[in-house]
Every structure is written in C-alpha cells, then in structure tokens.
Design a protein around this ligand. Sequence first.
Ligand code: NAD
Ligand code: UGA
Length: 466
Amino acid sequence: MTIKNICCIGAGYVGGPTMTVIAQKCPNIKVTVVDINEARINAWNNSDLNKLPVFEPGLDSIVEEARDRNLFFSTNVDAAIDEADMIFISVNTPTKTYGKGKGMAADLKYIELCARQIAKVAKTDKIVVEKSTLPVRTASAIKNILDHTGNGVKFQILSNPEFLAEGTAVQDLLKPDRVLIGGDTSAEGEQAIQALVDIYANWVPKDHILTTNVWSSELSKLTANAFLAQRVSSINAMSVICEKTGADVSEVSKAIGMDSRIGPKFLKASVGFGGSCFQKDILNLVYIAKSYGLNEVADYWEQVILMNDYQKNRFSDNIVSTLYNTVSGKKIAFLGWAFKKDTNDTRESAAIKVADNLLNERAHVEVYDPKVTEEQIYTDIDYLNSRNYEENRKLLKVNSDPYECCKSAHAIAVLTEWDEFKTYDWQKIYNNMQKPAFVFDGRGVLDTKVLEDIGFVCYSIGKGHV
Ligand code: NAD
Ligand code: UGA
C-alpha cells in the first residue's frame, strides 16, 4: 500500500515539526496539518518565518521549502480527514484536571474527539496513527470508537510515538535514534505497519525502524520518558549531597558517565526538569500502575516527581535564606523562563514554580528570556491563581534587555541554560547591581570562578552553598 495523502490532526510542537520533516523527505506525499486553533494555523502559514508558532533551530528553512508544495496547514479538519489515506493524531494529552484520575491520568478527551470525527467523516479505509503519547491500551479504545461509530470502512490503528526533544526537534527528526511503530499482528496490521515503515525509510536507515506490537509501542514511550526523567532526578538528588559535602556534581556526572553502562548524557543537574511531558507521562504511568493495584511500582515512579518538586522548592528557599531570610521588596532578575534552551516553550518550566515561590515572599521578579514573550510569562504566572492579576503585574516585570533586567537587582537567578548568558559582560552587570551581588545558577552554565573574581557571591547547583 502506498500512501499518497497524509493528514495530521494537531499542529503543535509535535504535529508541526514532524509533518514538516515528512513533507520535506517525501515530496510525493501531500501532507496536511490541521488544527482547531485558527491562530496557530495562521501562524504556521505566516510568510514571516520568524512568526511560526514553534521556535526550533532549523525549522523555518524546512517549512519554507515544503510549505505550499506538499505541506499545508489548515483549519478544515473534515476535508483533510476525508482525502487522507493515513491520519496522524497529534493532539495534546494533558493530565486530567477533573473527575476520576484527576491530577494523574491522561485526559483523553481530545483523542476521543479526533476518533469520533474520523469515524464520522471517513468514507474510505484509513490507517490511523497514534502520534500523541498515550496510556498503554488506548489503541483498543480508538479502534472501538472507529468501528462502532464509523461508516463501515476499515481502520488500522498504529502506534508511532514521537521521541523528539524540543530545541533539537529538527535534528531528532532528521536523524532519530529509532522510529518505533506498533501495530496489529494480523495481515492487514502488518500491511499498515509496512506503509508507515516505507514513509520513514525515505530518510531513516532501516535498522533504526523498530516494529513491535501496539501495546509495547505505547508503553515504550511512557517508559522512555520515565527513564529520562529518572536520570535527571537521580543526578539532582546527588546535587544536594554534593552541596553538603563539597563534591562538584559536574565532576561526579563526568566520572559516572564515563562508565559505558551509565553513559554521559542526561546527567546535568538542574533546578528541575520541566516541559510538557515528563511530569504528565510519569503521573500517567503512576496512575496505570495504581489502576492495576501495583502500588509499589506507582510509589517508585512517583518519587521521580517528588524529587523534582523538591529541587525547584529548595532552589527558591536557598535564594530566600541566602538573602538574609527576606526577599520582600528585593529585585530578583531571572535569566531564562523557557523550560530549556532553544525553545519558546514554557510548559512546566521550573522558572514558573521558582517565581511563584519568590512572589509569595513579596519579591520583585524581573524576567528576561530571549524567546519567550511577555504575554506568555504573564499567562504562566496568572494560571497558578496564587495572586490576582494586578498583584502579578505589580510584582513581576518582563524586560527584553538582559542588562536592564539585572539593573539594581539584589540577585540574579539563572533558570534556563541559554548559551548567550555565557557571553554577557558580567562586569557591567555587576557594576549596576545592589551589593553584595548574588548569582544563583540553577543550570550550572556560568563560570563561577570568573564571576567570583568580579565580586559576585555565587551559588551554582550541585557546587556548594554560598
Ligand atoms: P500541543 O498542545 O503543542 O499541540 C496539540 C494541538 O492539538 C493544539 O494546537 C490543539 O489545538 C490541537 N487539537 C486538540 N484537539 C484537536 C482536535 N479535536 N482537532 C484538531 N486539533 C486539535 O501539544 P504537543 O506538544 O504537540 O504534544 C502533542 C502530543 O505529543 C502529546 O501527547 C505529547 O505528550 C506528545 N509529545 C510531545 C512532545 C513535545 O516535545 N512537545 C514530544 C513527544 C511527544
Ligand atoms: C523529552 C524527551 O527528551 C523526548 O525524548 C520526548 O519525546 C519528549 O520529552 C516528550 O515526550 O515530550 P523535552 O521535554 O522536549 O523532551 O526536553 P528534554 O531535553 O528531555 O528536557 C526535559 C527537561 O529536563 C528540561 O527542563 C531540561 O532542562 C531537563 N534536563 C534534561 C536536565 O535538567 N538535565 C539533563 O541532563 C537533561
């Protein structure tokens, strides 16, 4: 079976970049990315490539190459479903905020809406691909809806979870460690798997394309994120011990990472992991374990989240205690708001929690981030409902100039590891700050030796307290 027409429902951080790369690599396939969010679709269609809704290094030039050739962004969901042979579901699967499983289970309402819409519209057989991250066994729910509410056409469900990381999405898509495709073991299932393998085979080496049964594929995605997040929590746990004992966490990371069984990646201590998925996917895993009565398994994975919460809170606590136990009325400059460098995404960013804690202490927080808009920062902080709209605007400011942001500050907190922070004129920043001038580097990116020579009092995560 040769796929000629792809539809992707959901034009977010995954749907947009993923489909852009498929369109670039498969010029003979028409790829239409649809979304109910009109503003998002308009932004994907914006002729000014700086205004794409997702910032990812290298994405703009690929969009430019494929857009309006064989890549289209549209709000006409029905039309795109109708003409597609293969439909990717790439909508959001946030943590449930209501009812059973509140605060833990994945909210599958957007997935179900997509399944019902596909069933309603489809007049020809379709392959439906789960691109969103889903609880294990969701494919059977999707299949049930499609088979019971559809027009009698045949559906094959594949699981094809996405492993890209934000900030490196384009490289991750062009050269994935692996592509995972789960499908039914029937003849039709195998045919569907092959159709998707053939698409990826246009640029991914065959031995990097792994096929499994659907449940293994669904569960592997949650497992991968749980293991990655666990590594961050593990090294963050060690960062606390380093601070108490005089060890240096970056040296410890290097020392253990040279063991080929451990490996060097994902061992950077930080103020805590953020991003839209680690926490949500682990909570989802915890919920699944609990729903099978596996409480020890659930508790084991929940600890990864608890450690992460601890890391964020102890960072802000440390700022307060170091600034003589009061930050009320003091200006704290934040360098960075995104959850990691090279992205404009702020979902679950550690910066939000740290800011919230400091604002509760009546600190004046001023934020600079090279890619995150003022509107987004206020949206993030208002969403917490910790203070009212006016208070948030009184206590929190956003500055588009890092030097102005740090001016007259009592302390600087580094929340994102943007490369440009290393290139600043730190002497100039120091000269314009209150004294003693403190730097709290929550990412371990600045050279504390250089800063201390200038006169800063430095705290760097995992390197011992001031
Ligand atoms: P996102 O919120 O950026 O995008 C989802 C989009 O789906 C939104 O624009 C929303 O308007 C749209 N949508 C929701 N319901 C719709 C409907 N019924 N019809 C049409 N459009 C609809 O989310 P994301 O970050 O792209 O994540 C999508 C999925 O991919 C999630 O399950 C996530 O866990 C997974 N994932 C995300 C990443 C990542 O780096 N962000 C990486 C791997 C996997
Ligand atoms: C993560 C996974 O890496 C992807 O494989 C996965 O597809 C994705 O989640 C998802 O399912 O959404 P992402 O969250 O975009 O990708 O970014 P990561 O590079 O994993 O970073 C996550 C968080 O961990 C960031 O806040 C980052 O700063 C932090 N981190 C990462 C550390 O604190 N230390 C590290 O060593 C690595």
